[in-house]
Design a binder for this molecule. Structure first.
Ligand code: FES
Ligand code: FES
Length: 161
């Protein structure tokens, strides 16, 4: 076992993990932060997306031990300090960017990373950035609309795929 310490959603946390323990397992099983989902075993779905030191990372592709000392943010850390939804989360609600919600934590974390890098993305840039996130329900259009709205851009008709 290896001891790890990291900051998760602004709080310092520690634990003992096996060398093979994935970051997503540490978050879900040890810290009980079950908003980070596991939707595949092939690193394709993006449901496990979190931020590590400010960058979007699929938490199933990183060992917990590799995140030792890192600053990690999960969907549980995305709401505003008063508990209200963040701009991105509110936009997903307003624009019906979710149905079953399974992909949504990963989508929100990916959207936050995109808007940090590129505050006013085009529709094409949003679609390109979402390529690592799979949604089986929505057809993506309303997710794209939500992200464009969260960027403060007027949402009009978007292109059909
Ligand atoms: S669970 Fe990580 S990409 Fe699917
Ligand atoms: S809302 Fe169901 S998988 Fe995306």
């Amino acid at each position: 076992m290896t001891s790890v310490t990291m900051t998760v959603n602004g709080k310092s946390v520690s634990g003992d993990v096996e060398g093979r323990t994935l970051l997503v397992q540490f978050l879900r099983d040890d810290l009980k932060l079950t908003g980070t989902h596991v939707g595949c075993d092939t690193s394709q779905c993006g449901a496990c997306q979190v931020h590590v030191d400010g960058k979007a990372v699929k938490a199933c592709t990183m060992l917990a031990a590799e995140a030792d000392g890192a600053d990690v943010k999960t969907i549980e850390g995305m709401a505003n300090a008063d508990g209200s939804l963040s701009v991105i989360q509110q936009a997903f609600q307003d624009h019906h960017g979710l149905q079953c919600g399974f992909c949504t934590p990963g989508m929100v974390m990916t959207a936050a990373a995109l808007l940090k890098e590129n505050p006013k993305p085009t529709e094409a840039e949003v679609r390109h950035y979402l390529e690592g996130n799979i949604c089986r329900c929505t057809g993506y259009h309303n997710i794209v609309k939500a992200i464009l709205a969260a960027s403060g851009q007027e949402v009009t008709q978007i292109a059909a795929e």
